[in-house]
Design a protein around this ligand. Structure first.
Ligand SMILES: NC(=O)c1ccc[n+]([C@@H]2O[C@H](COP(=O)([O-])OP(=O)(O)OC[C@H]3O[C@@H](n4cnc5c(N)ncnc54)[C@H](O)[C@@H]3O)[C@@H](O)[C@H]2O)c1
Length: 320
């Protein structure tokens, strides 16, 4: 597959890059600047050199179309975006990148519809608001969406616009809604703290996770693999899907960490504030559309992440 990936130097993008190159795919990354610090944690230099880098801002439609014409992709994976804290601090910038940027991707894809067969994009579990006391069981993906953040509202808007691009212009698309992605390379965003806790344990340092409550922890490699399945498996139409990993109260995450890594005992503490996103999401429609899907057990994902951080630290490649 010849793929153009926006925001490819981010956490999820770096994992996708690794999987695409391992499977012999051809990849170009469209990003604001060439910042390989996450790729360097996951890929050999030689492998990373196989990626074509295209500098550009997704919120500039001309730059997106130029990137598409320069690379000639069959599919686009759109991951570029600003995360919750940045959107909260600057909602206008957030809308420019997360909403206008997504429209620019769809416009470019539709302009080259003869060549581009699908757009897959990152939505977010933040399209859902906090858990509703009256709803029991896991929340389906096609319920009424009531986000509590600008970031979540932008993602809802993108899902609706994606559907309109299918209805009016025939562009197929898949939106995926990660919750808390964890793993090497996760170093920014509201839900990056579990990864910082694992990283601190690898350095033998204490860490306080500022929130508590339940969340859905999804291993970065699994999330990247599911994005690839959404690009590769047959699909028509426009739809957006919940993703599901390990749904745990934060105490369960700490217990899993301490069990996987006995040396971490007592190092990680946490707060008690529930993040305002329903933690129990039903991914059965995603399973039906693209399954079977990978789901690394939480303890295994934590252990792999810890071991990688330890190795990087021993090589002097982990900043304190
Ligand atoms: N990580 C998670 O837990 C999580 C959860 C839900 C949804 N998501 C979504 O998944 C996507 C990827 O997440 P991530 O964790 O890899 O993010 P990240 O913050 O690690 O990376 C985002 C990338 O987008 C790039 N970018 C930002 N603005 C850009 C612009 N204007 N033009 C081009 N590139 C730009 C950044 O340079 C960066 O490389 C995002 O859309 C995010 O909202 C992530």
């Amino acid at each position: 597959m010849r793929l153009l990936m926006t925001g490819g130097y981010g956490c999820i993008g770096s994992w996708v890059a690794r999987l695409v190159l391992e499977s012999g795919g051809e990849l170009a990354i469209l990003d604001l600047k060439e910042d390989r610090h996450r790729l360097d944690l996951l890929l050999d230099r030689d492998r990373a050199d196989q990626i074509k880098y295209i500098e550009g801002d997704v919120a500039e439609p001309d730059q997106v179309l130029r990137a598409v014409d320069a690379w000639g992709p069959e599919k686009i994976l759109h991951l570029a975006g600003l995360q919750t804290p940045t959107c909260r601090a600057n909602p206008i910038l957030g809308a420019r990148v997360n909403v206008i940027g997504t429209l620019a991707i769809f416009e470019a894809a539709c302009a080259r519809r003869d060549q581009i067969s699908r757009v897959v994009y990152a939505s977010s579990a933040a399209v859902h608001g906090p858990p509703d006391a009256e709803v029991t069981g896991a929340l389906a993906d096609n319920v009424r969406l009531a986000p509590l953040s600008h970031y979540g509202a932008y993602k809802v808007c993108n899902e609706h616009c994606a559907r309109v691009y299918w209805l009016e212009r025939g562009m197929p698309s898949v939106g995926l809604r990660p919750w808390t992605v964890y793993g090497v390379g996760r170093d920014f965003g509201m839900t990056s703290e579990p990864t910082f806790a694992i990283r601190s344990a690898a350095l033998g340092q204490p860490y306080h996770i500022s929130y508590g409550g339940k969340q859905d922890l999804q291993y970065a490699r699994d999330v990247a693999a599911i994005f690839l399945l959404a690009l590769e498996r047959p699909f028509e139409g426009a739809d957006a899907f919940n993703l599901r990993g390990a749904v745990e109260p934060i105490e369960g995450f700490v217990a899993a960490l301490e069990q996987a890594v006995p040396a971490a005992r007592g190092l990680v503490t946490h707060g008690d504030r529930q993040l305002p996103i329903a933690p129990e999401l039903d991914d059965s429609r995603l399973q039906a559309a693209f399954g079977p899907l990978p789901r690394t057990p939480l303890g295994d994902g934590i252990r792999e992440t810890y071991d990688r951080f330890v190795a990087l630290n021993e090589q002097g490649r982990l900043e304190p």
